[in-house]
Each structure stands twice: as C-alpha cells, then as structure tokens.
Design a binder for this molecule. Structure first.
Ligand SMILES: CC(C)(COP(=O)(O)OP(=O)(O)OC[C@H]1O[C@@H](n2cnc3c(N)ncnc32)[C@H](O)[C@@H]1OP(=O)(O)O)[C@@H](O)C(=O)NCCC(=O)NCCS
Length: 112
C-alpha cells in the first residue's frame, strides 16, 4: 500500500509532498520534497511528522528511507543511519532500493 501527503499554500498550489510504501509493520518513506521558496520554515519536518502519525494509525512500527541529500535533516527528525542489511527483505525488494537510489545513498530508520 502506498500513499502521499501534500502541503498547499493559501491558493491551493502544492508546495510540498511526501510518500510512504507500507510493507506490514515496516514502511518506506520516500519522495519528500518542499518547494525551494518554502524551505527552512519547518514544512519538511511537519510533513514527516504527519506521515509518521499516519503510519502509526496503520500500525506501522518502523520507518526506513534512503537519502543522498538530506541525512542531516532526517537526523534532526531522530532517524538513525543503518546498513542496508538491517532493512527487512520486503523493503529491500522495493523499487527505490533495487533501481532508483544509488549504492552511495544512506539508509536510515526510526521506530515509531
Ligand atoms: C530536505 C527538505 C525536504 C527539507 O525541507 P524544509 O522544509 O526546508 O525543512 P525544515 O524547514 O522542516 O527543516 C527542519 C530542520 O532541518 C534543517 N534542514 C533542512 N534541510 C536540510 C538539509 N538538506 N540538510 C540538513 N539540514 C536541513 C533545517 O535547517 C531545520 O533545522 P532546525 O530545526 O535546527 O532549524 C528540502 O530541503 C527539500 O525539498 N530538498 C530537496 C529534496 C530532497 O533532498 N528530499 C529528500 C529526499 S530523501
């Protein structure tokens, strides 16, 4: 199961988004982006918090992600770096792990 959350400005324009793919009690956080003109105002952190709340409501206990650009941002959201070998097998089969993210991407996790 996959779903997305979007943030909109006052006129309804999408200014941020985040997605999740659920694999039972584990889930892959993906595709977080905030429009350049809206960065560094807390929107990215709020999108992550909203997504975490949705995951908790779906009984997800552990979130995972891959990033090449935002390791320090996710550290501030209390995600920890782990080796890919620690990721559940079902998630490792996801497209982001197999095709979309380079081997140099950092894998991170957070228990909800
Ligand atoms: C990463 C991103 C989503 C952050 O969104 P944002 O709305 O600017 O983030 P916030 O304003 O909520 O920042 C929260 C904290 O993280 C910090 N931060 C933001 N972006 C950061 C980054 N790229 N690296 C390190 N720290 C970052 C902020 O300074 C802030 O710190 P503070 O709480 O000490 O003030 C945004 O920069 C973005 O869209 N980047 C391009 C796409 C991308 O890299 N996505 C991640 C894919 S995994």
């Amino acid at each position: 199961m996959a779903s997305f959350l979007v943030a909109r400005d006052g006129s309804g324009k999408v200014i941020g988004a985040i997605g999740v793919e659920c694999y039972g009690r584990s889930a892959l956080l993906r595709s977080l982006v905030v429009s350049p003109g809206y960065r560094n105002r807390g929107l990215g952190a709020r999108l992550v918090a909203k997504l975490e709340a949705r995951c908790r409501s779906l009984a997800v206990t552990d979130l995972f992600l891959l990033t090449t650009t935002a390791r320090d941002f996710f550290s501030k959201q209390r995600y920890q770096s782990i080796g890919r070998g620690s990721v559940p097998v079902a998630l490792r089969a996801a497209a982001e792990f197999t095709r979309l993210c380079p081997d140099s991407a950092v894998c991170m996790t957070k228990s909800l």
